[in-house]
Design a protein around this ligand. Structure first.
Ligand code: HEC
Length: 455
């Protein structure tokens, strides 16, 4: 167990989500962009179209700068944010998939090297060699997606890994193929939107028309096939996940947001396909990228909601308590251990004085327990995101005694982990939450009740 990281009001999860959603744009462009480039470059050579080559140079520079600056920054950002917010999840993933990441990294290095060579050798080497470099980039970039999708899908549906602990059982899990095809389709749609955006800065009308027609065709094809694969993907999700998604009004809103964004993008791609150059003004083309970004955000939120209460289903809860045995890996659930002998006595990063509860430290201990077990999903501030004091007040249960019983029932909610701790710890947490919610009786709680209960 590692130190707790609390991000007030907004919540740590939201921070990771924002960075990760943004990251999807540059990385899908990096993977999809060069298939369009390869196609257009062949076309340019076949038709001896200098204007189109000029566009390609601009587009490549944009991919180079946008993807390799913002993509790298947000990529590192995801690592940084999740390492401090959910260190155990990262640790668990690294212990299983370090070689997966190493493989991805190899493809990533090929990408970086080839895109620089590609950009700086425009018109300087034979056409055939230049095309091959572009193709090499496109393949390396897509292969990095082939690898990373295995790890991403593992976090959603670890599949047989839970029983066997086997690298490939977790990698080629139940949602691997639908996700890979979905992401592959979406990378064409995102690349189409970007190609149109760059085209809106090209003065030559003929080139602009050629590019937007291609961008529209690729975008529309990507979006439509993406829709089909998304449908397949949702049907591969476990029933538990579907139930949680359906239980949340918020998930429905987010789902509708992504559907609306997809519909707008669909109409936009049709207009591009028809070659209506009038629409390719920067406000429209860049606005569309923002709409796609919002759509991705909607889809990603639904996915995140469905993962609750786990970081890795069948293994690790969102609050980093190990939820279930994974025998093949020698991993033991911590829930029973914490219920019998306490979470604080097993928690590494706290002052020794908190390990044993007494009359003086129980409130402080209650605060630490609450943060350990709840802060990943609830903020501790009134009016914060999924605010614990607000939820408790809405529930109408703010006395320590009521909260003590409520905490016992936490695991009955399909989206919350069970409370892991002794009865004394549960009472200490209940007093703290009662105080946090502004209940006046919290100050009058008898320390003897916390330490010894009713008996
Ligand atoms: C995996 C994420 C997660 C964790 C961890 C978690 N919760 Fe929740 N909790 C939720 C969600 C989601 C809701 C639904 C309300 C919402 O959307 O904010 C919820 C709702 C609640 C409610 C309102 C219940 C009702 O019936 O109105 C309370 C109270 C609550 N949580 C307390 C806690 C406490 C205390 C902890 C820590 C011991 C905790 N939660 C841990 C996700 C979590």
């Amino acid at each position: 167990m590692y130190p707790i990281f609390e991000f007030p009001v907004v919540g740590g999860g939201m921070i990771i989500a924002l960075i990760a959603t943004f990251h999807i744009l540059p990385c899908h462009l990096a993977t999809g962009g060069f298939w369009i480039t390869y196609f257009l470059e062949r076309k340019a050579y076949a038709e001896n179209d200098a204007g189109l080559l000029e566009f390609l140079k601009k587009f490549t520079l944009m991919v180079l700068i946008f993807c390799f600056v913002t993509g790298s920054l947000t990529g590192v950002g995801i690592w940084f944010a999740s390492t401090i917010i959910s260190p155990r999840a990262i640790s668990g993933l690294i212990h299983n998939y370090v070689w997966g990441w190493a493989t991805e990294w190899v493809f990533f290095v090929i990408e970086i090297v080839t895109i620089y060579i590609y950009y700086y050798t425009f018109g300087k080497i034979s056409r055939k060699a230049h095309l091959r470099i572009g193709l090499l980039y496109a393949m390396a970039a897509w292969l990095s997606m082939v690898v990373i999708t295995g790890i991403l899908a593992f976090m959603m549906t670890p599949g047989k890994w839970v029983k066997t602990g086997d690298f490939f059982d977790g990698f080629f899990n139940p949602t691997y193929w639908p996700q890979l095809f979905f992401r592959t389709s979406m990378m064409f749609a995102i690349a189409g939107a970007y190609a149109a955006a760059v085209a809106s800065f090209i003065a030559d009308q003929k080139t602009r028309k050629t590019v937007i027609k291609t961008a529209g065709a690729w975008g529309l094809a990507g979006l439509l096939t993406g829709g089909l694969f998304a449908f397949w993907y949702y049907h591969k999700l476990p029933i538990r996940t579907m139930e949680i998604i359906e239980a949340f009004a918020y998930a429905k809103i987010m789902f509708n947001v992504s559907m609306a964004a997809a519909a707008i993008a669909g109409i936009y791609f049709v207009i591009l396909l028809l070659g209506v150059t009038g629409i390719t003004r920067p406000v429209v083309t860049i606005g569309m990228i923002i709409i796609i970004f919002i759509g991705i955000g909607g889809g990603e939120s639904v996915r995140e909601i469905g993962r609750r209460p786990y970081l890795i289903p069948g293994y690790l809860y969102s609050n980093q308590v190990i939820a279930h045995d994974v025998e093949a890996k020698g991993i033991r659930s911590e829930v029973d251990k914490f219920t019998e002998s306490g979470i604080l006595s097993h928690y590494y990063f706290i002052p020794d004085s908190l390990r044993q509860l007494n009359e003086k430290n129980y409130l402080h201990a209650g605060k630490v327990i609450t943060k350990l077990e709840c802060v990943i999903c609830h903020t501790m501030q009134k009016d914060g995101r999924s605010s614990l004091p607000d939820l408790v007040n809405n529930m109408g249960m703010t006395s320590a005694e009521d909260l003590f019983y409520f905490l016992e029932s936490l695991g009955d909610y399909p989206y919350m982990p069970v409370f892991a701790g002794t009865d004394v710890e549960r009472r200490a947490a209940a007093v703290f939450i009662s105080q946090l919610s502004g209940d006046e009786t919290a100050a009058e709680v008898d320390p003897q009740w916390v330490l010894n209960g009713d008996g």
